[in-house]
Design a protein around this ligand. Structure first.
Ligand code: PHE
Length: 469
């Protein structure tokens, strides 16, 4: 049984480097790039945040992504068994890592459902209605609608995973990712051509907005504010690259030994950073032109409240641009959601020695129910729970907090200790150099994984626990 399960997986791996890179980039590019990155850039000093982010991506992001992918390919297993194989005493870390996608899966389809709803609104020509202040709140507090859209998104995700790595995940990513890239570039260029004169007669352009986005804002910069920006950028990086949650381990376990891991890591990073930068180029200039600097302070409500207003103010074509935007966001969310469900499924298949189809069917039932419950967390199951970082959360925020703020830095910390000090960085380096490949950044990798990652992850962890102010 175990043997046939394993064999099935190997046969169903990615066809090659392109398939793998598209699927992994599909996981990485998600609502984090489209919504969270622009909102953090607007909040954290524009160009300053961007520079810090890029530097961290090339050091931290690179180290964590390399580790995950190499662990997956070397062990050919998903997180639970992969860590057990690296060191039997560290199997607990595999289990801890497995918990992250198990939790994220409960709410990711809910956010996917919100995006789908907005797409449908623009598709049916009701985009203007979405610009009303209370539209988003009215929608998420409507039990029937929000649950139905969450379940719908969940089912589409399940169909892709049910069809397997090659025929489901790789196929959908290699189609959707290039389309997504073209759409972000097109909307970003369009945003730069915008020009608007407000009621007071002030004219603002998209290009001025671009300058606001890219210029580092160093005014009133203190050490503590700099540290805050650093931590924001750090947590954004590992959320955005889908590292430390077993996803890249699972995807890494599906690649053959002929794939160049060094090149793959760089390609995934470039696509992820590019989409984040372009998302900022499309969102910040649009908001700036129509709502000015003030509009950019919207924070989390940026995507579902501010943007629909901008689309509504665009003369004539706002509905079309809005529809395209939410279609693209839907693609981004779908390929990410697929990677989460696949990771949960892959671990279950390895632990329970079950087949893909039966596993997917059971998980679909479980997670459709979970998604509905989380969606109802804004109506029937509404709660207000204070979180250790000082914010107040509903069920979705609690799941997000446990997985992203609490577990992920903790896992990265432990994983860096395991690789850097217990089994040694060469365990990863050997995999990167397999078949005579050159791992040019191995010095950087060794240094980062042993000294820098553990310290910074510990700080991030303590901060999210509310222990460090
Ligand atoms: N990387 C995705 C993004 O940037 C988020 C994500 C998190 C995807 C967890 C899968 C799992 O939006």
């Amino acid at each position: 049984m175990a043997e046939s399960g394993k064999k099935q997986k190997k046969e169903g791996g990615f066809t090659g480097q392109i398939g793998f890179v598209m699927a992994a980039a599909g996981s990485a590019v998600g609502v984090g790039n489209l919504w969270r990155f622009p909102y953090l850039a607007a909040k954290d000093g524009g160009g300053l945040f961007i520079v810090i982010y890029l530097v961290l991506a090339l050091t931290f992001g690179f180290t964590l992504l390399t580790s995950d992918i190499a662990i997956g390919r070397r062990t050919q297993m998903s997180s639970v068994h992969a860590y057990g194989k690296m060191s039997p005493r560290w199997k607990f870390l595999g289990i801890l890592t497995f918990i992250v996608p198990v939790l994220i899966m409960t709410y990711y389809a809910v956010i996917g459902g919100w995006i789908t709803r907005y797409f449908v609104v623009y598709l049916t020509g009701e985009g203007k209605a979405a610009a009303a202040d209370s539209y988003f709140t009215d929608f998420i507090t409507n039990p029937g609608q929000s649950a139905a859209y969450a379940a719908l998104f969940m089912l589409v995700t399940a169909v892709i995973v049910y069809n397997g790595v090659e025929k489901g995940i790789e196929k959908c990513s290699t189609v959707l990712m290039p389309v997504l890239l073209i759409m972000v570039i097109a909307i970003a260029i369009f945003a730069l051509t915008l020009k608007n004169t407000d009621a007071e007669g002030v004219t603002r352009t998209g290009l001025q907005g671009l300058a606001v986005y890219l210029t580092p804002d160093l005014e009133g910069l203190t050490l503590s504010r700099f540290m805050q920006i650093l931590l924001d950028a750090m947590s954004q990086i590992f959320f955005s690259l889908s590292v430390s949650m077993g996803i890249m381990i699972t995807y890494g376990s599906y690649i053959g030994k002929d794939v160049d891991l060094n090149a793959s890591v760089h390609q995934i990073e470039i696509i992820d950073a590019l989409v984040a930068l372009l998302a900022g180029t499309m969102i910040i200039p649009s908001i700036y032109a129509f709502e000015g600097i003030e509009g950019m302070k919207a924070g989390p409500s940026l995507m579902f409240v501010s943007l629909p207003k901008v689309f509504a103010s665009m003369p004539g074509i706002g509905g079309v641009v809005g529809g395209l935007f939410f279609l693209m966001a839907g693609f981004a969310a779908l390929t990410s959601c697929v990677s989460v469900l696949e990771t949960v499924a892959a671990n279950c298949m390895e632990i329970l020695h079950t087949g893909r189809r039966s596993t997917t069917l059971v998980l679909t039932a479980v997670y459709t129910a979970a998604s509905v419950i989380i969606a109802l967390g804004y109506s029937l199951f509404y709660v207000e729970v204070p979180l250790p970082n000082g914010s107040i959360g509903q069920i979705l925020d609690i799941m997000d907090y446990i997985s992203n703020s609490f577990l992920m830095p903790f896992i990265s910390f432990l994983s860096a200790i395991l690789i850097g000090w217990v089994i040694g960085p060469d365990w990863i380096v050997e995999e990167m150099e397999y078949g005579g490949r050159r791992f040019g950044l191995k010095g950087l990798f060794r240094f980062m994984i042993r000294y820098i990652v553990p310290v910074i992850m510990l700080i991030l962890f303590l901060q999210s626990m509310g222990i460090l102010g």
